[in-house]
Write a protein that binds this ligand. Structure first.
Ligand SMILES: [Zn+2]
Length: 390
């Protein structure tokens, strides 16, 4: 039967809804899909048959019967393919291989010292190859790679600026697709972390959340109505550069001074404690604090207080359900949490504070890598729904 343009569009919409329903409610029977979507059973059966052909849906054992024959249940075939997510930190690079539902199959983590674009690309491609080699056999193989970058990224995957790397106008998506031979998505790392926590982590039930990537610098990702809020040009979330010290503020790499990240990040922590060769990174400061070093513990507590000063403004501005503190400073939770909460208590408006939950990332250091992988998976599924996949 030849379908008209409108019919083709409607069929594609329905086919897409069938897959979304299976992903959200599996195991589910054809009859339950038809009840949920208000589509007739013959339509649902024919759309399910297409997804079965495309290997993104599986039939499994029999479900509970409401009287007659027990129905065959349908599952999302999360092992039909895999994705690689990469988190480019300022001083580390971490990558994960996940199945199509975000379950981690393998991960790699390395220190990053040389941030020159060519050197970083080489490391990313090396990790993508190493992880791809660990992917189990599947119909689609590795469907794409997502990369979270500590900088401002445009819609074409060009990193316009990454101050902590010294990058300007680096066409990372094109470079990576060329070198790795896979579709790539490039996203700001805080946005990727926000997506990771919202899809797979502590933010799963929150419809409005702000994720704070507190690492060497600070970035934020805004989830509004369960979706990433990108802003008019895709550049939202640079709250690390909100001014918290207007007079005699510390100069920041962005060109301004007194920015939040100059007071509440790993960079700020090390700056406070410098010069001291034993305090070269967060881990060494934590070790000293654990051993009773008062200067290290005080510095961590002060970072917590400054984090709280920014969180108070975030609560007042966005009235989110949840603020999620993630990335490296979440490792210092034992030292930063209480001063953070005290500062929030003192500085945010009572009505804004009352219902807001302040949490730490539940995916640990994987938030951005898993979020980046999920963006690659979303791109793959969108193409499959549009009928662009074999
Ligand atoms: Zn700044």
């Amino acid at each position: 039967m030849k379908l008209t343009g409108d019919q083709t569009y409607i069929k594609r919409m329905n086919k897409s809804l069938v897959l979304d329903t299976i992903i959200a409610h599996a195991p589910i029977s054809r009859a339950d899909i038809s009840a949920k979507l208000g589509l007739n059973k013959a339509t649902v059966s024919s759309l399910v048959a297409e997804w079965l052909d495309e290997r993104l849906v599986l039939e499994t054992g029999l479900g509970a019967s409401s009287g007659g024959r027990k129905p065959v249940m349908l599952l999302y075939n999360a092992q039909a393919g895999y994705a690689v997510g990469v988190d480019l930190g300022v001083n580390y690079i971490s990558a994960a291989l996940t199945d199509l539902s975000g379950v981690v199959v393998a991960r790699e983590r390395q220190r990053l010292r040389d941030a020159e674009p060519g050197a970083v690309l080489e490391r990313v491609v090396g990790l993508v190859r190493a992880l791809t080699a660990q992917a189990p056999a599947s119909p689609y193989g590795v469907v794409g790679v997502g990369v979270g970058v500590p900088g401002i990224v445009d819609g074409d995957g060009v990193v316009l600026t990454a101050p902590n790397f010294g990058w300007r106008d680096v066409p990372l998506r094109a470079m990576l697709e060329d070198a790795a031979g896979l579709p790539a998505c490039i996203e700001n790392e805080a946005n990727a972390g926000a997506v990771g926590e919202q899809r797979y982590g502590i933010g799963r039930d929150a419809s409005d959340a702000v994720y704070i990537s507190a690492g060497v610098g600070i970035g934020t990702g805004l989830i509004v109505g369960r979706d990433l809020y990108r802003g008019a040009s895709g550049f939202s979330g640079e709250l690390g550069h909100m001014t918290i010290q207007a007079d005699q503020g510390l100069p920041c790499g962005c060109g301004s001074s007194g920015c939040w990240e100059m007071y509440a990040s790993e960079k700020a922590l090390l700056h406070r404690l410098a010069p001291h060769p034993e305090r070269e990174d967060l881990e060494s400061v934590l070790r000293l604090a654990d051993e009773g070093d008062a200067a290290a513990a005080d510095a961590l507590s002060d970072i917590g207080r400054y984090l709280g000063i920014g969180v108070a403004t975030i609560l007042n501005a966005f009235n989110p359900e949840m603020v999620i503190v993630g990335n490296r400073l979440a490792l210092a939770r034992a030292y930063v949490e209480q001063p953070l909460l005290d500062a929030v208590e003192r500085r945010s408006l009572r009505q804004h504070r009352r219902r807001a939950r302040i949490e730490f990332a539940s995916l640990g250091l994987d938030s951005a890598a898993l979020g980046a992988a999920s963006l690659a998976i979303s791109r793959f599924l969108a193409a499959a729904k549009a009928g662009e996949q074999a």
